[in-house]
Ligand binder design. Structure first.
Ligand code: PMP
Length: 391
């Protein structure tokens, strides 16, 4: 029986890490996996997290089970950052639970979507591959629309997708720092999308995995808050793995917004029962460290300063690529106005290969680069390689 299972394709990005590791060249560059890196190429633990972890080690007096909802102090402390300080529960319409990373949150959100009777999920293309993979695993049909054109977000495609939606459709939108394109909706585009969704029966599922890495904590929440102000119900999938640098500790949250606060406990009980069936309870440590930071003014200020530094470094890399402008046969200008860790450079498959074999520069076959992999030490080398392979 088990031997009847079919071989599954290896994760392309993990395979890329191996290729990079095996490359003996000293000046090789890794622009593959999506983690932030400093100008020295490191992915350090935030100092605010280190301090919170020390405090946890000293003060934590039990590791007994918390329940499927995890650390509700963490979940609640995060809400003003996500939903705004003025009314973080939207008058008692929003509640959340802790999940193993943003992936766990998406898994629960989409399982709730399925359980609630939705049949299809509208997703921009390209998207983070796991969006489609989770939908497929849950038996949800994915309806794709084109995410972006050379000029920016493809608003005609969004309008078309929303106009042709059916009863029983959900839509999955990236709140900010679109993965893989870096192309986000402008505020005016979010305003329009919020209006279109309000006039539809579509359930929004908002994925916010990079808050603070684009334009700022408040700025990056604009679209999400705009949509939530317009629609009756939504699910929000949040990850702290990038903006607190906690990747392997798996820190995320799922929030549900309902029309009538009286329905909130019922809706969340579905999240809890699905968590029980999947992982029982989320891992505690990373979420607890985030809570310790958010409970402490000085640690919060330190975390926000570290996040500012990350964002500014990435904006600096983007500005440098923008200034390079037309480079060989590609234009790097748009990278400057894109957001987050990723951008797609329109390389042909042969050019991607040439970047690897001739220049030791590794990134996904789609042309997606992790801009945080570029540093003052290697960015000129990258630009020269782009010029050479696309000339
Ligand atoms: N959503 C998007 C768009 C992502 O790119 C990622 C991670 N790369 C996630 C969700 C999930 O992140 P994690 O599970 O690591 O918290």
């Amino acid at each position: 029986m088990l031997n009847d299972l079919k071989q599954q394709p290896a994760d392309a990005l993990l395979a890329l890490i191996k290729l990079h590791n095996n490359d003996p060249r000293a000046d090789k560059i890794d622009l593959g996996v999506g983690v932030y890196k400093t100008a020295e190429g490191d992915t350090p633990v935030f100092a605010a997290i280190k301090a919170a972890e020390k405090k946890l080690v000293e003060e934590q007096d039990s590791k007994a089970y918390l329940g499927p909802e995890g650390d509700m102090g963490f979940v609640e402390k995060l809400m003003p950052y996500v939903f705004g300080k003025a009314n973080p529960t939207m008058d008692g319409r929003i509640e959340g639970m802790q999940t193993p990373g943003g992936t766990g949150s998406l898994r629960l959100a989409l399982a709730m979507v399925k359980r609630a009777g939705y049949k299809r999920v509208i997703v921009g293309k390209p998207s983070w591959p796991n969006h489609n993979q989770i939908c497929a695993d849950l038996g949800l049909e994915v309806v794709e629309f084109n995410h972006a054109t050379a000029a920016g977000a493809d608003m005609d495609a969004v309008r078309g997708a929303i106009a042709s939606a059916q009863e029983g459709d959900a839509i999955l939108l990236h709140g900010c720092c679109h993965n893989p394109t870096g192309i986000d909706y402008t505020n005016a585009e979010w305003d329009e999308i919020a209006g279109l969704l309000a006039a539809s029966t579509i359930l929004p599922v908002l994925d916010l995995a990079y808050q603070g890495l684009g334009q700022g904590m408040e700025e990056d929440a604009y679209g999400l808050r705009r949509v939530l102000a317009a629609v009756p119900e939504a699910l929000i999938c949040y990850s702290c793995d990038k903006n607190f640098g906690l990747y392997r500790d798996r820190v995320g949250a799922l929030y549900a917004m309902v029309a009538d606060p009286a329905d909130l406990a019922k809706v969340m009980s579905n999240g809890h029962s699905l968590a029980r069936a999947n992982w029982s309870q989320p891992p505690d440590h990373g979420g607890a460290a985030v809570r310790v930071i958010l409970e402490d003014e000085a640690l919060t200020a330190q975390w926000l300063a570290e996040l500012d530094e990350m964002r500014e470094r990435m904006r600096g890399v983007r500005a440098r690529l923008q200034a390079a402008g037309k480079t060989g046969g590609v234009d790097l200008t748009p990278v400057g106005s894109q957001n987050g860790l990723f951008s797609i450079i329109p390389f042909t498959p042969e050019q991607v290969q040439a970047m690897r074999s001739e220049h030791g520069i590794y990134f996904a076959a789609s042309g997606r680069i992790n801009v945080a992999g570029l540093t003052t030490g290697n960015i000129d080398q990258f630009i020269a390689a782009v010029a050479a392979v696309t000339a």
